[in-house]
Design a protein around this ligand. Structure first.
Ligand code: HEC
Length: 142
């Protein structure tokens, strides 16, 4: 009985959070951005989030000029690698930005309700990162 009740509560919670995305007219990418990125990159994406004063190294970069600085082409692969964390941020190899690929993988590992296979985990991670890229592409200055 306990299991059934918690399963129901979990599924209501899940539908509830998906509903919140819809209710606010947000895409998945914007939802993820607001949850995970605004603290440093700011609501505007210009790198003016509230926690930037506490970072040790580089300031979080302006994410609205990624395309402008890349010859008017949005650098999909580089941004994917940057978010996933498979590429270090700077030439000196330091990185203040969290490794989102690993954080997203942890999210699936913590989900006791649904056992993610390795392939499903990678799908989950890839979908979130692509949704973030779609959102970032939509806030470019040109
Ligand atoms: C804890 C603060 C912090 C958070 C949260 C954060 N970032 Fe960053 N981000 C940085 C910093 C600092 C840099 C500059 C490189 C470095 O030092 O890591 C950066 C760099 C980037 C870059 C590279 C920009 C360029 O010009 O190459 C991208 C893309 C990016 N972040 C996307 C994101 C996305 C998407 C999220 C949310 C999933 C996010 N960041 C969350 C701190 C953060």
């Amino acid at each position: 009985m306990q299991r059934i009740i918690s399963a129901i509560l979990l599924s209501v919670g899940f539908v509830g959070s998906a509903g919140a995305v819809h209710a606010q007219g947000m895409t998945l990418g914007e939802f993820e951005y607001r949850n995970s990125c605004v603290a440093c990159h700011g609501v505007s994406g210009k790198g003016d989030g509230p926690v930037t004063d506490f970072l040790s190294g580089a300031a979080p970069l302006d994410l609205t000029v990624l395309q402008k600085n890349n010859g008017s082409v949005f650098p999909v692969t580089a941004v994917y690698k940057m978010i996933d964390g498979s590429e270090v941020a700077t030439a000196h190899g330091t990185r203040d930005m969290p490794i989102w690929g690993d954080r997203l993988r942890e999210r699936t590992a913590e989900d006791n309700d649904f056992p993610f296979s390795a392939a499903e985990t990678e799908e989950y991670v890839g979908t979130r990162i692509l949704a973030l890229i779609e959102y970032l592409a939509s806030i470019q200055t040109q």
